[in-house]
Design a protein around this ligand. Structure first.
Ligand code: NAD
Length: 371
């Protein structure tokens, strides 16, 4: 940063979690933010996402070491919340995931940091462009089908060849939110016969508009949607009834993508041991809820478990596999947020009367928790 540069500085950190290949800001967004801020990028931060340091320099950023950034930049960006916050200056604004992690909230508060936890963004039209959960879930839904197709021993599309024919495989998405709908669209493109299920009645039309069949749980569960657009929490009895209602449909599937989540709660159990025992050997389940406990009784985060011939893929960070596009989306969301927070060119403004800022700081949780 030049000595007479009065623009506020924003630091971009390299990721430290093993296997995390994304970067929080890509060079195209550095260029777009240059009027509002000077940007310093940790050496090598964008390499895994396809952006060498030179690309950041060309876009107007400065390259620096981690310690220089965290000890001086008033605003720091990362994909995952930095695990060690002890070298940060009190008052630093940290923008990253980790907004539902109480340990991070405690550590940030003990150090006097302001953590804008991106999962806490309100689900409003105004905040849509900043919604990393949606952008990353889109990639996870796509990647889940690609991973599932690789793990299957059968083909997804119908094929008629001189060597014989194959029927199209059957696929179902359990949870038809952002990730589930993208999984449905991807499996359709690959030629599978596709089904979808969700507890929110609004999902029926979305599933059907993609050309998939909506599976009804019959009387097992009344449609549930909280005021914030997320699913409402279900009782243990409702979940058990739902599992029994779904079992016979699941027994006919070859690929199952699960992404059922209730914000702030463990993932609902949709596939228990009894259902697993009834699935056809060779069935593949890709469980996108692995990080919050999983939608099956045998899911292990970051592992593939085989039980009675059924493979359960417990991928926890599929967006990182597609690091270039995942970073492009994440960065676009973060840029939109920074533009919102720096709207009047006097630096980053954290005003608690702004619903987006209040929610990100964890001051107003009402928009993000199930009613
Ligand atoms: P999510 O990741 O919290 O949950 C995934 C899905 O799991 C949801 O559709 C939920 O209804 C479903 N689910 C929960 N319990 C279930 C169960 N027992 N069985 C089956 N399904 C279950 O949610 P998400 O995908 O991030 O978003 C949910 C909805 O919110 C989407 O329809 C999306 O269109 C909407 N949304 C709105 C905005 C906005 O207005 N700005 C932004 C993002 C998403």
């Amino acid at each position: 940063m030049a000595i007479n540069d009065l623009r506020p500085n924003i630091g971009v950190l390299a990721e430290q979690v093993s296997g995390e290949r994304r970067v929080a800001l890509v060079p195209a967004d550095v260029r777009r933010l240059a009027k509002l801020a000077s940007i310093t990028v940790e050496r090598g931060a964008g390499l895994e996402a396809g952006h060498p340091d030179e690309a950041y320099v060309d876009a107007g950023a400065t390259i620096a070491d981690r310690l220089a950034i965290i000890s001086s930049a008033p605003t720091v960006l990362a994909v995952r919340a930095p695990s060690n916050l002890s070298s940060f200056q009190p008052g630093t604004v940290v923008v990253s995931l980790g907004g539902r992690d109480e340990d991070i909230a405690r550590a940030a508060s003990a150090r006097g940091l302001k953590h804008l936890g991106l999962e806490r963004l309100p689900r409003t039209a105004r905040a849509q462009a900043m919604d990393v959960l949606s952008s990353q879930a889109t990639i996870a839904g796509y990647a889940a089908v690609i991973e599932g197709a690789r793990a299957l021993d059968v083909l997804l599309p119908m094929l008629t060849t001189a060597a014989g024919g194959v029927k199209p495989a059957k696929m179902i998405a359990l949870g038809a939110g952002v990730a589930g709908l993208q999984a449905i669209a991807t499996a359709r493109r690959l030629g599978a016969v596709v089904h979808g299920f969700d507890v929110r009645e609004a999902a029926r039309e979305q599933v059907e508009s993609l050309g998939a069949r909506f599976v009804s749980a019959g009387e097992a569960l009344k449609a549930q949607e909280a005021a914030n657009g997320y699913a409402a929490d279900q009782s243990a009895d409702e979940q058990a009834a739902l599992r029994r209602a779904l079992a016979s449909t699941l027994a006919q599937m070859q690929l199952i993508v699960t992404s059922a989540q209730i914000p702030g709660r463990p993932a609902p159990l949709l596939i228990d041991d009894e259902t697993l025992a009834g699935l056809a050997p060779g069935t593949v389940i890709v469980d996108l809820a692995a990080e919050t406990g999983g939608n099956t009784s045998r899911t292990k985060p970051d592992e593939t478990v085989t039980t009675s011939g059924v493979k359960i893929v417990g991928s926890v960070n599929l967006p990182s596999l597609m690091a270039a596009d995942a970073s492009r989306f994440f960065s676009g969301n973060v840029r939109a947020l920074l533009e919102h927070l720096m709207a009047d060119e006097s630096g980053l403004q954290l005003r608690l009367d702004d619903p987006i800022t209040a929610a990100l700081l964890g001051v107003d949780q009402t928009l993000r928790t199930a009613a």
